[in-house]
Design a protein around this ligand. Sequence first.
Ligand code: AMP
Length: 225
Amino acid sequence: MLPGGRLACVVKRAVILLGPPGAGKGTQAKKLEAKYGLPQISTGDILREEARKGSELGKKAQAIMDRGELVSDQIMMDIIRERVALPDCARGFILDGFPRTVRQAEMLDRMLNGSVRLQAIHLLLDEETLVRRLSGRRQCARCARLYNVYASPSPSDGRCQACGGTLVQRSDDREDVVRTRLEVHRRQTEPVIQYYQSRSHLKHVDGDGDADEIFRRIAAVVEAV
Ligand code: AMP
């Protein structure tokens, strides 16, 4: 690695964070972005932003997200194609929540056409921990800071400790929707893990524990190539 967290690599690279909902992909993607200067591309965030703006795509996506199901592969691919063409992706990018089906992984391969060094990192965590993390997750509506009602200190008054904003639960973090999301992950996204495994692009990382410790494990994998 070069000083200042830059990767000693002139090849464009894509770091793909895989793992079930609640495994910490978003948190770790933000840390990777801060350390290596590669942008985080969170397809869930892009869809939620579309929903917030009230676009046609956003309205359609919100209904699907509220059921815990997946938006169509073609729509997701169009979103990714447009996003990776932006100038901030010139050195590479971090994919958080994409690909989620084997078809998306195949379409991504075709789009990149061997021009990018792919590294898939699979965050491992047991199911009951995932359910607690997701159903306990609350986010400040004002500054987007994340909390968990099962963690300490928990936000007992429903207010953000940083800015006093209201803490809200994502509509798809209700326990029944969380169970559907985990089932969808098992059926549709676990085969993506096999897909990268069979192409030798995959490394498994223990996703349990302190976020900084997990990040050290991920950074060691990223810097090994
Ligand atoms: P996330 O924030 O990554 O948990 O994503 C929230 C929701 O957005 C998912 O449950 C899906 O409904 C939708 N979504 C995000 N990424 C994808 C994707 N790659 N393919 C299909 N649906 C997606």
